[in-house]
Design a protein around this ligand. Structure first.
Ligand code: CO
Length: 355
């Protein structure tokens, strides 16, 4: 697939919430020279403008730059590193996982996540929480942690990826598909429209700090003042054997068009439009009614006077853990629908949406 390398490169970057610079720099390298304008908010979100034949509507196409990670909390008398989470992790997935602590000199220190023995757990049922865990970097004292490894409180910690491609099925294994999928689509969308005529102004963007409360979404919507927004996600897959009837995100079933989650009701006309376009172009799609979770769309759609917004996603199995699985077919469907929607938008379309 054309975008295999782009996705691979993006997932291997370290960009936990609050420390997204490597991902932003990557996006700049891809889009700065081919866009008409680069805009930044003061938190680190970035947007690239692609002018069309009309200055309105402003269409924001946005993924989030950040991934979930951790931060150094404290160091024990034995030189073990206690940590706190940035974003939502499933603690069951953490034991024995390799992580990298980025020290103040930018050096990456490898370590393994360990835990107190099971009979010493705080929860007597044996349930493990992040408070029971530590990172073992091989140090034997706080002095070694400080002097040899140059690690201090507040250093960011990123998961170590295990990249692989299951070529027989076109399925990629890596970390941070949530939301490097969105960033890859924002980049590919910019490249698609760079030499094309379209009656809109497109902003392909990456927001910061989505995983800790959609904070960059707030500032980037003030920066762009979008008329319409397309929010792109790697959405948790739920296509497991027990759950067939209630499934909302099945791998290999195409782009997920989200109707609702606790942070937003998607604009129904925009949803119907997306369904019609997907059917017209035979792009595989699936609908999702989400009872939990939320995205940048939650903040973006209530910015200004309100922004008709839609969330498109590729399902990611085992999201919010060290490794996920993504079908490249779902990625392609999400990209195809994003481009097709923008190609069919113009100012009349926008005025119809807000009628
Ligand atoms: Co996400």
């Amino acid at each position: 697939m054309e975008y295999t390398k782009l996705l691979k490169d993006l997932t291997l970057l370290s960009g936990v919430s609050g420390n997204e610079k490597p991902v932003r720099k990557f996006m700049e390298n891809e889009l700065k020279d081919i866009s008409d304008n680069m805009l930044k908010d003061n938190l680190g979100s970035v947007a690239f403008e692609f002018k069309g034949t009309s200055c309105s509507p402003n269409i924001l196409v946005v993924g989030h730059l950040d991934e979930i990670g951790f931060m150094v909390h404290s160091v024990s008398s034995k030189g073990l590193i206690k940590f706190t989470n940035l974003g939502g992790w499933d603690p069951r997935t953490l034991m024995s996982s390799p992580v990298e602590i980025i020290n103040r000199e930018g050096e990456k220190i490898i370590g393994l996540i360990g835990s107190v023995p099971v009979h010493h757990l705080k929860d007597t049922s044996g349930k493990l929480s992040i408070d029971d865990m530590y990172i073992d970097i091989g140090a034997e004292s706080p002095e070694e942690v400080r002097e040899i490894f140059k690690i201090r409180k507040g250093d960011f910690i990123v998961p170590v990826p295990h990249y692989a491609l299951i070529e027989k099925k076109n399925i990629m294994i890596s970390k941070a598909f949530d939301d490097r999928v969105g960033i890859a689509i924002a980049i590919a969308t910019g490249k698609h429209f760079k030499d094309k005529n379209h009656p809109n102004t497109i902003f392909c963007a990456g927001s910061v700090q989505e995983e800790v409360g959609t904070r960059g979404a707030q500032t980037i919507s003030q920066l762009i003042k979008p008329d319409i927004a397309i929010v792109l996600e790697g959405s948790p897959g739920d296509d497991f054997p027990t759950n067939k009837e209630e499934m909302q995100a099945k791998m290999n079933a195409g782009v997920q068009i989200r109707m609702i989650d606790p942070t937003m009701i998607c604009n129904p006309d925009l949803v119907n439009f997306a369904i019609d376009v997907a059917e017209e172009l035979k792009i595989p799609y699936q609908l999702a009614v989400r009872k939990s979770g939320g995205t940048d769309a939650g903040k973006i759609h209530v910015s200004g006077l309100g922004v008709p917004t839609i969330v498109l996603a590729a399902p990611v199995r085992y999201a919010h853990s060290h490794n996920g699985m993504l079908s490249l077919k779902d990625f392609q469907a999400t990209l195809d629908l994003t481009i097709a929607l923008i190609e069919r938008m113009n100012s009349d379309f926008f005025l119809e949406l807000i009628k």
